[in-house]
Design a protein. Structure first.
Length: 196
């Protein structure tokens, strides 16, 4: 089913209107990401440590929730596997919280995969924005390319860079992502004012 030109223009106008209505949220998120990115770049080892602790809490809390859910549904199939999974989450979270630097190498590998897939997703999103003419897609494309470069940089620098690379990469990622959001927010704001 093909979309005719009038339908395409209506969709394009709806996207532009939606972006304009929420440009302030995009701008706020972008500014916060830029500030956090600058802090992470200034203190990469501390940012790595903080990242490991946050991940530790997430894993620990997910294990606790899983344990509670498992005991509430103890008659459900797979009780022992669910119990094992919850206990594993609690143990992994506790280890990350007790010795955050011991999990840095594993987290570095996870971050490498995250940046690889986020880079691909950002590039695809930028190309999607380009097709729908929503403007300033180039900054989003640049953010995706930077993510792919960072993923390669981390992978090639292991294991020596594991202690500080997480904080540095998270900082650069936040910085470029923040600038991309700020750029899109300003474009959405100005494009809608020109149309109005």
């Amino acid at each position: 089913m093909a979309i005719n030109q009038d339908d395409f223009k209506k969709i394009q106008a709806a996207v532009a209107t939606s972006l304009h209505q929420h440009w302030g949220l995009f701008l706020s998120e972008g500014i916060i990401l830029v500030i956090l990115g600058i802090i992470a770049l200034a203190l990469p080892a501390m940012a790595t440590f903080a990242f490991a602790i946050v991940i530790g809490w997430v894993v620990l809390l997910s294990g606790i929730v899983g344990l509670i859910s498992t005991f509430r549904m103890r008659g459900a199939p797979g009780f022992w596997w669910s119990l094992f999974s919850a206990a594993l989450g609690i143990a992994a979270g506790a280890i990350l919280l007790a010795w955050p630097l011991s999990g840095v190498f594993s987290l570095t590998l996870v971050l490498t995969l995250f940046l690889l897939f986020e880079g691909i997703a950002s590039i695809m999103l930028a190309l999607h924005h380009r097709r729908h003419a929503s403007g300033n897609w180039g900054m989003l494309l640049a953010s995706g390319i930077i993510d792919l470069i960072l993923a390669a940089f981390i992978f090639l620098g292991l294991p020596g860079t594991a202690v500080w690379i997480l904080g540095l990469v998270v900082g650069v990622n936040m910085l470029f992502g923040g600038f991309a959001l700020i750029s899109m927010a300003w474009h959405a704001r100005s494009a809608a004012s020109r149309a109005g």
